[in-house]
Structure formats: C-alpha cells, structure tokens
Design a protein around this ligand. Structure first.
Ligand code: SF4
Length: 187
C-alpha cells in the first residue's frame, strides 16, 4: 500500500477543489480554466508583467496555449492588446471592464474565501508556512517568484503615494506595491 503524506494529500484535495470551482465559473462565461487564470493574472500584475511572455512564464504553459487564450479572450471582449508607447515591439495585455469583473468573480473561488475567513487569526500562521513552502518549491524549480512588488528588494518608498524601483529606475505610484511583478526579487 502506498504511503500518502497527509499534508500532501490535503494540498492535492484543496487544489483539485479549487480548480473545479474555477472551472464551474468558467462554464458560465464560455471560458476554460486557463482563460480565467490569464484574466486573474492580468488583474493583479504591474505594467512590467502584462505581456504574453510573462503570462506564459507565470502560468507555466506553452507559448501556443497563451497565444490561443489571448486571441480568444480578445475576441470575446475580455482584453485588448496595446503596443508599448516607447518600445513598439512590446505588446501589453489590458483587461476591459468585462475582463476585470470576471477575473474578480472567478478567482479565488468563494468556497476558498469563506473557508479562509473561518480560520480567523489562524490565517496569518498558515500564510507564513505556505509562503515558506512556495519559496522552497520555486527555488528548487528555478521559477520566478512573481511576488508582491512591496516585498521586492528593489522597492524603495520615497514619499507618500510613491516608490522608486531601483531595477527599472522609475518612480511609481504606491498602489503598484500591491501588484505582482515578473522582475520581483527577494534577495
Ligand atoms: S520594485 Fe521589484 S517588484 Fe516592484 S516594479 Fe521594481 S522590480 Fe518589479
């Protein structure tokens, strides 16, 4: 009989239920889970990370899957493609109002949000433990962290409402600190 690690088993069941709930919301909108994941990612990432290449890296899918997903989402009015004003070779993926609404309603699934709320103060300890687990797995697989900008080593608050990014040398709105970034670096 195979030995199943209890923690691993719990995480597997949670991710399966998570995926299933996302799939059900997708059915309502005629979308597959990967389409909702693209929308959710774009609703949380900053302007350095809203490109097809960043979506591919974040989701760990093929370029072809990303390309097909973007084409479908654009044709259904969930996002638009916009050329970067400085570097015309770069395309930014911008959510429409409809795309923002679906992203927010689909992920995280309501059952997960409710379950986490029931943990009360216990959420903080769980968050720390899961972050440690995630960082360990990302390090082992040489994956980008895609963490919150405000936790990046290049993030330097400079004044109320602004911060300086030491990597891109840009002064940015403080609200951007709550977004995820492809260039996020912990140390
Ligand atoms: S501070 Fe780090 S996470 Fe924030 S924009 Fe700069 S590189 Fe990205």
């Amino acid at each position: 009989m195979s030995h199943i690690d209890p923690l691993s088993d719990i995480l597997e069941r949670i991710t399966t239920l998570y995926r299933n709930e996302v799939r059900l919301v997708g059915v309502e909108h005629g979308l597959h889970p990967v389409h909702l994941e693209v929308l959710y990612y774009l609703s949380r990432c900053n302007k350095f990370s809203d490109t097809p290449a960043a979506v591919t890296e974040f989701l760990g899918v093929t370029k072809g899957t990303t390309s097909q997903s973007i084409t479908l989402l654009a044709s259904k009015g969930f996002l638009t493609k916009e050329k970067d004003p400085v570097d015309r070779r770069v395309t930014h993926l911008v959510l429409t109002e409809k795309g923002e609404e679906v992203a927010k309603s689909a992920i995280p699934p309501t059952v997960l949000k409710n379950g986490l709320e029931q943990l009360g103060e216990g959420q903080h300890a769980l968050k720390e433990q899961l972050e440690t687990l995630l960082r360990s797995m990302q390090k082992a697989t040489n994956s980008a962290s895609f963490g919150l900008c405000k936790t990046c080593k290049f993030h330097q608050p400079i004044a109320d409402g602004q911060f300086f990014c030491e990597l891109t040398k840009e002064t940015l709105d403080a609200a951007g600190g709550e977004l995820i970034c492809r260039e996020h670096t912990l140390d």
